[in-house]
Design a protein around this ligand. Structure first.
Ligand SMILES: Cc1cc2nc3c(=O)[nH]c(=O)nc-3n(C[C@H](O)[C@H](O)[C@H](O)COP(=O)(O)OP(=O)(O)OC[C@H]3O[C@@H](n4cnc5c(N)ncnc54)[C@H](O)[C@@H]3O)c2cc1C
Ligand code: FES
Length: 531
């Protein structure tokens, strides 16, 4: 795989696959990463080095989220011993990197079919793309509580963006005209009648019938059941409105307390660290931040980074209460922890989310203890006709272990959306993807796999210097990998996990480098089917 200049204006990537040359545009349609720095596999996938997007090198089609659009594929061959690529030069420019789905159908066929999607997040966005890409010709209606089309939610906590139009993947007009999708924003679904196939919204004022229903409501941030947790300046963080609130208060001289050393809370800490706040205190239950996900050593390394930026941690402890201000009891003035009061002008409560499924309880759905919904390998809700559940709310069978789990990652939701889109379009697609996520913690953190129950961690590099690879081992097998400043190691690891080619812990302890393993020419039977 190699990137080359094209006619002095653009760039293309050349791939040699089983003796055949292929050529595509050079940039990932997610955030524009150079694909030539990613990973090529013998089954014709190029995986972006940054956040796990994947494309077919033969067609340019999307294989995995978070790619919001396909890449261009160009005619290539060998003429007189030289590689010859035929392309419209304008399509080799970075500014023109995205291609609309080839099989786009705009859904005005009058086929009488209809999909209704509840929610307007990651899973929904990718489901729309996939439905049309795979030739679905019926109506698509999206009912979303948010006031805008699906946005790149992941940027909210990294950059405190307050203008939704800067985060929209497609405008409402594009969704309508190019994707034949009716978007109803600012509406709240209040019940579903599965016997008459009706979705009721805005307290019964309106309803819509469906042939197929996709439940994609994501999560509702939790609040700790402690005194003061509902005071006005105690914020949770999920959407643009939350970003506006935090952006407005996180100003020079203000004191911020973050409850929970979670990824989102700590991303907010990074986002405001240069604003000259008077203090930033973080309270966490674990000995080190991120310990349960990333392990002690990596957690300690990230803690040191945040401390170097002026953050004060209170770890291995729990919040006792939030105390109101004497002058205005509607506002919090401090957080009590270990018997000490940490003064606060505002508080971020980053203590996780609960599936936003409240209204389904009254609609006869069987929910899991945490409010999630169990689905089968096609993401179909058990016991329901033509109802799918995707994204943060779905308890789905894990390809690696067979057990059902709920995973809150942008890519998992997106890939769920892509899989149900394909299934509903008529090509049933079992879901079998390696989970991938990322986070901005001073450096870009990448993670793939399912490491929740790891019993050992092998570290290459130095987490204290924010440059490392960590391998999470469970019962003698590597089940997940995280890294900082080692791209494209996590992209390679996700493919090695997919293909069942991950080296053993013993090989890794001896220093084996994942990037030295050739998967672009030696094909092994994949353990996971690709979309
Ligand atoms: C600030 C932030 C940063 C994140 N950063 C990362 C990251 O860097 N990497 C990563 O992998 N993951 C990240 N995540 C997690 C990721 O965003 C989620 O896993 C993903 O958005 C889940 O997608 P979803 O489609 O299931 O739900 P969501 O994207 O949450 O969308 C749910 C939608 O349903 C709507 N809705 C809910 N209830 C109703 C109802 N009753 N009626 C109508 N509409 C309803 C909501 O308003 C929303 O539009 C982040 C999450 C947050 C909040
Ligand atoms: S830039 Fe390629 S996945 Fe994000």
């Amino acid at each position: 795989m190699k990137q080359v200049d094209f006619e002095g204006v653009g760039k293309v990537v050349l791939y040699r696959l089983n003796g055949t040359i292929h050529a595509t545009s050079a940039f990932c349609t997610h955030y524009g990463a150079p694909l030539a720095k990613g990973v090529l596999t013998a089954d014709g996938r190029v995986v972006c080095p940054w956040h796990g997007a994947c494309f077919s090198v033969c067609t340019g089609d999307i294989e995995d989220a978070p790619a919001p659009a396909a890449i261009h594929s160009f005619k290539a061959g060998v003429v007189d011993g030289k590689i010859n690529v035929t392309a419209d030069p304008s399509l080799t420019l970075k500014s023109n990197m995205s291609r609309s789905p080839k099989l786009l159908s705009t859904g005005v066929s009058g086929s009488g079919k209809s999909v209704v999607v509840i929610g307007g997040g990651s899973a929904t966005f990718h489901a729309i793309e996939s439905l049309r890409e795979h030739g679905y010709t019926g109506n698509i209606t999206v009912l979303s509580q948010e006031k805008h089309p699906p946005i790149d939610r992941t940027k909210l906590s990294k950059a405190l963006i307050t203008d939704s139009s800067k985060l929209e993947w497609r405008t409402a007009a594009d969704l309508k005209i190019k994707y034949g999708t009716t978007l109803r924003t600012g509406v709240t679904v209040t019940s579903v009648d599965t016997s008459s196939k009706l979705v009721v919204f805005d307290g019964g004022k309106e309803s819509i019938s469906y042939e197929t229903l996709i439940l994609a409501m994501g999560g509702t941030p939790r609040r700790l059941p402690i005194s003061g947790s509902d005071l006005e300046n105690v914020y949770t963080f999920r959407n643009v409105e939350d970003s506006k609130r935090v952006d407005a208060v996180a100003q020079e001289g203000k004191r911020m307390v973050v409850i929970g050393s979670s990824f989102i809370g700590m991303e907010l800490v990074v986002a405001v660290a240069k604003r000259g706040l008077a203090s930033i205190d973080v309270i966490g239950m674990e000995e080190y931040p991120f310990q349960s996900v990333l392990g002690k050593e990596v957690g300690h390394g990230l803690q040191k980074y945040h401390e170097s930026q002026g953050v004060k941690f209170h770890l291995g402890t729990q919040v006792e209460k939030i105390i109101p201000s004497e002058s205005d009891p509607s506002l919090a003035a401090g957080v009590v922890v270990n018997g000490q009061t940490l003064p606060a002008d505002f508080i971020i409560m980053g203590v996780g989310v609960a599936p936003a499924t409240e209204f389904l309880k009254q609609s006869g759905f069987q929910l899991e203890k945490d409010g999630g919904i169990k689905v089968d390998q096609y993401l179909k809700v058990q016991g329901q006709d033509n109802v799918y559940a995707v994204g943060d709310i779905a308890w789905y069978p894990q390809q690696q272990t067979g057990e059902s789990r709920r995973i809150e990652h942008w890519n998992v939701a997106g890939n769920h959306g892509r899989a149900v889109g394909k299934t509903i379009a008529g090509d049933p697609q079992p879901f079998a993807k390696v989970p991938v996520f990322w986070s901005a913690q001073g450096q870009q953190l990448r993670y793939c796999g399912l490491g929740a129950d790891y019993d050992d961690v092998i570290i290459h590099g130095n987490p204290g210097e924010m440059k490392f690879i960590a391998y999470y081992v469970y019962r003698g097998e590597v089940v997940a990998v995280s890294s900082m400043q080692n791209d494209p190691v996590v992209s390679k690891a996700s493919e090695l996990l997919r293909l069942g080619l991950m080296p053993s812990p013993a090989e890794l302890r001896e220093g084996k480098n994942l990037l030295s393993i050739d998967i672009s020419t030696t094909s092994s039977k994949p353990r996971v089917e690709s979309l």
